[in-house]
Write a protein that binds this ligand. Sequence first.
Ligand SMILES: [Zn+2]
Length: 484
Amino acid sequence: MIRFHNTLGGKVEDFVPLEPGRVGLYTCGPTVYDLPHIGNWRAYVFEDLLKRFLLYRGFKVVHVMNITDVDDKTIRGARAKRVALQDYTKPFIEAFERDRDILAILPADHYPRATAHIPEMVELVKTLLDKGFAYKKDGSIYFAIDKFPAYGRLSRINLDDLRPGTRDDADEYEKESAHDFALWKAPKEGEPFWETEIGPGRPGWHIECSAMSSKYLGKTFDIHCGGVDNIFPHHENEIAQSEAANGVKFVDYWLHCHHLVVDGEKMAKSKGNFYTLTDVLAKGYHRLDVRYMLMSTHYRKQLDFTVAEIEQARTSRGRLGNFLGALKDVVKEGTARQDVSEMIAQARNGFITGLEDDLNISEALASVFDFVTSINNLIAHNSLTKEDAHKCLGFYKSLDTVLAIEPSPIRSAHGPIIAHGRVSATAEILPREIKEMIDARQKARIDRNFVLADKIRQRLLKEGYIIEDTKDDVLWKRVEPSKE
Ligand SMILES: [Zn+2]
């Protein structure tokens, strides 16, 4: 039985989907006003582990992740740069997709964008007005929290602190100031707006997720994920909007991922400890070491991103890589051993039991490493046959459909990988200008000019070259160049 910790109620519960064998999963996606940081990726990797495990256990998963391409932050960013909202958000959407593929995260089934779902949001706001849960004020429309008695149930905020009747237009605010929140915001000078039945304006952030989740998953669905900082006000407001409008339960299971800190401190641009995925990769770490690191701390614990932590991930992945190498080298003839099948069964059982227990990844990985130790022992004594090794490899491959830590071609929005190689060994087949760009990037990296190095990497990607740094060489992969 799979069990999850449900933020709604604060307990670990048996997981029973609405429809046997099928899971509707909604995960709050990026607000595309900047590059996602490593803390965002922690949440997305946790959600990927959850989804991959459900798939491994035979569920059909319908996964929806929104792209917030209109809200306070995106509008502020576009204005500061004096560009149209869509021109401002486009490169951040592309960067999100690229980094998602680099981290071997399975793409969602749907990536609805807020700007493409204005009619659905207007419809929802209309229903809330009709049912008396919302009111108009100075051209904006607000949700009246005192009309919804269950308000605060998810975040368990102190209801004495609620300030019904007071309101604020901001998308984000602190727990201490719970108040009526904006569903629809009146147009402001210099801001994009839509002409709609409920008047001109633009949506608040929270209404986006309520409208888009019900469109793709139905009015009630199984699992909703996000970071702990989404619990209030974002998810609290989503519940209020959806349940008030639809009159049915919104979500059965709420799973929230804890924060990532860097060297024990909250990440902040002002502190200089703020990392994007590109920043971390520029330090020379393998992309899947980063994935392993983000995944291997239980999602409800704070993850401290340190050099020691990523080195640990590198070591663990290295151990698994050596194990696979050793299995492939086994040449001993003979019949399969009974105890190897038993070891596999035991390891599979430990892996599943661990993950079924609210995604206890430490326990799951511990049974994998126990298995590695036992099999390595047999290999060391030359007691493993080729047939045994083959079985072990097959088993490992099935585990990796969940862990996704063995290198495989990067799924790329740019098309399939059509060629690849090591820069040192294939310099002559690379076009001269590409080789020069790679060399310039290497020089920038040596000079620790990571901004320039990343710029060159982006230019290479536009030319259809994905660059990957390893300990002693640079790997390149040729994909279909992007269309623009
Ligand atoms: Zn959301």
